[in-house]
Design a protein around this ligand. Structure first.
Ligand code: PLP
Length: 418
């Protein structure tokens, strides 16, 4: 391990990433003849054995449909499913578990708010602000509702370091801004957005705020009451839980006033051809059979995360990023994309004269998994004038040795490609 790594290891409160890694069976394998180095955590995180066991236990012992059954399995499945909702509420410090709605993920959470709240509240001339570094899932749903309502969607500028321009944001605010929807951490750059300021300024102008927590939720504790956001969304699979399950938290009075997003079973109180009445929160927004195993798996993931020393895990991730950034500066022709002062877990870069996907392929051949491309942030790539980047994204189970392996593989690839 290089000097810097040794130094930072001392400062990371002794977080034992090597031990934590052993909780994730998938990480213990060879890929293309090399031990796997998984650095695609911003796309999806791996699952600890505890999550795999919780899902498998549910299907082996408790599987049943929820809420409607008159038998023991249905009671057990319902109890576990609702306990999972309470676990999420506690994890986010939401005032009540009825404010936790199950979704398929971040994308569906944003679509739900855009369609339900936006469809019933936005009018011609109203403005929705998103940042220039949003994931497509926090742009397109707003554009879709804007098309229907005559509202506009505008981008808060981001400078060349990948820092949101807070002054420009403040200048954009007026009484026509109804919604500000921004990510807490950019998936393409790793920039941490100043959401406390964003929320305060937006509220001062009477706008609501949705925070896309997809890239933050795995990295530090979230308290939606302290944050004072109106909506918060995240995906279970980015928090060491299963795919297909996500969470939308909303302020109760807003959720109560919003029309249902989808119609079907579970979301109704009574149905007749003369008219239908809707169920209470949270069920009003949960038409059809939910992802029961997903919710249970997500609760197990939260239990797992909470069993770790989160401050030490965050310090370890920070040290990994600092170490990787230092090493990146030494690589000839490498340009970092995203150099904001406040960054989290993401190293995005381009290599002069090399297409990101060629580089990604050569890294994969050496067992190093990264993501290449536009990272569903095409407007941002257009701003930088590049087709995409190579993105290494870290989790607490990554080690300094993983970073060394990335740069050794990069060196080899560079010699072949340049
Ligand atoms: N928002 C951000 C910041 C993301 O990073 C992602 C996924 O990468 C999403 C939204 C979409 O998440 P999902 O595909 O799980 O719905």
């Amino acid at each position: 391990m290089a000097d810097l790594a040794a130094e930072t290891a001392v400062h990371n409160h002794g977080f034992d990433a090597e031990r934590v890694k052993q909780d994730f069976p998938i990480l213990n394998q060879q890929v293309n003849g090399h031990p796997l180095v998984y650095l695609d955590n911003a796309a999806t995180t791996q699952k600890p054995q505890a999550v795999i066991d919780a899902i498998s236990h549910y299907y082996q012992h408790d599987n049943s449909n929820v809420h409607r059954g008159a038998h023991s399995l249905a009671d057990r499945a319902t109890a576990k499913f609702e306990q999972a909702r309470q676990r999420v509420a506690q994890f986010l410090n939401a005032p009540a578990s009825r404010q936790i709605l199950w979704t398929r993920g971040t994308t569906e959470g944003i679509n739900l708010v855009a369609s339900s709240w936006g469809g019933s509240n936005l009018n011609a001339g109203d403005r929705v602000l998103v940042s220039a570094m949003e994931h497509h899932s926090n742009i397109v749903p707003w554009q879709m509702v804007a098309e229907k309502t005559g509202a506009t969607v505008e981008a808060i500028p981001v400078d060349d370091t990948g820092t949101l321009d807070l002054q420009a944001f403040s200048d954009m605010l007026d009484e026509r801004v109804r919604m500000v929807s921004v990510n807490q951490v950019s998936n393409a750059l790793g920039s941490i957005n100043p959401i406390a300021d964003i929320i305060r300024l937006a509220h001062e102008h009477g706008a609501l705020v949705l925070i896309d927590g997809a890239q933050a939720i795995a990295h530090w504790p979230v308290d939606v009451q302290a944050m004072d956001c109106d909506f918060y969304v995240f995906s279970g699979h980015k928090l060491f839980g299963p795919t297909g399950i996500g969470v939308l938290y909303g302020r109760e009075e807003l959720l109560n006033a919003m029309p249902p997003y989808q119609g079907g079973g579970e979301m109704i109180e009574t149905v007749s051809f003369d008219g239908t009445t809707y169920n209470q929160l949270p069920y009003k927004f949960e038409a059809g059979t939910p992802d029961i195993a997903g919710a249970i798996g997500l609760a197990a993931a939260i239990d797992y995360v909470d069993s770790l020393d989160r401050a030490a895990a965050a310090a370890h991730e920070h040290a990994l990023l600092a170490y990787a950034t230092e090493k990146a500066h030494e690589v000839p022709g490498l340009k970092l994309i995203g150099t904001a002062t406040e960054k989290c877990a993401v190293l995005s870069f381009v290599l002069e004269g090399v297409h990101p996907s060629d580089l990604g392929m050569l890294l994969d051949q050496q067992g190093v998994a990264v993501r290449t491309g536009h990272h569903c942030a095409q407007p941002l790539m257009q701003q930088y004038g590049i087709p995409g980047t190579v993105r290494a994204s870290f989790s607490f189970y990554n080690t300094f040795e993983d970073v060394d392996r990335l740069f050794a593989a990069l060196d080899k690839a560079r010699q072949l490609l340049t």
